[in-house]
Design a protein around this ligand. Structure first.
Ligand code: PNS
Length: 160
């Protein structure tokens, strides 16, 4: 029997409810979904990779076919290592599309056997990003409902 394994890569700094919505959707489509955190991001993250693994693990606890991993270097190399057939990415709005298309086509050039699959998160998360969550929280605004409660707790810890 053919099983399909997909990689959902990202920074997840931190995981948002939009990410978790996409993971839940992906877990229904793929036999196995590996959520993969990029280790060597140049983005100067707020959370360590270990913290991000912990938060994501808590977020996907109810989903039996989802696992969390970290990777360095090219996504396509990690996907091949994992023997995955697909890459999952979320598109919230048209503004995401250009960058996502560029990455998908570059990845296709590097690994033609790997398909990128785009899913849309629930519309109520279309404006939610890790970057804005961090900014709003930092400036004293509420991020309730945009990230899980345990992420809000971690954000508070980072403020102290
Ligand atoms: O959550 P992000 O920051 O939008 O995720 C971007 C990510 C991690 C998917 C992308 O930067 C990536 O795949 N980086 C790994 C290095 C790589 O393969 N670069 C070429 C991409 S075409």
């Amino acid at each position: 029997m053919n099983t399909v394994k997909a990689i959902y890569p990202g920074s997840f700094d931190p995981v948002t409810n939009g990410h978790l919505d996409l993971i839940a959707r992906g877990s229904k489509i793929f036999d196995h979904l590996v959520v993969a955190i990029l280790r060597n991001s140049g983005k100067n993250p707020l959370f360590t990779v270990e913290e991000r693994v912990e938060m994501l693990s808590e977020g996907v606890a109810g989903l039996g076919n989802v696992s969390i991993a970290t990777f360095d270097g090219l996504l396509v190399d990690f996907a091949r290592e994992q023997q995955a057939q697909a890459v999952l990415r979320g598109i919230r709005a048209i503004s995401d599309y250009e960058y996502e298309l560029q990455m998908a086509l570059m990845n296709r050039r590097l690994a033609p056997e790997l398909e990128t699959i785009f899913l849309m998160p629930d519309g109520k998360y279309s404006f939610v990003s890790s970057r804005l969550v961090k900014e709003v929280f930092e400036l004293g605004g509420s991020v309730e409902g945009l990230v899980p409660k345990f992420v809000i707790e971690r954000l508070k810890q980072h403020q102290r």
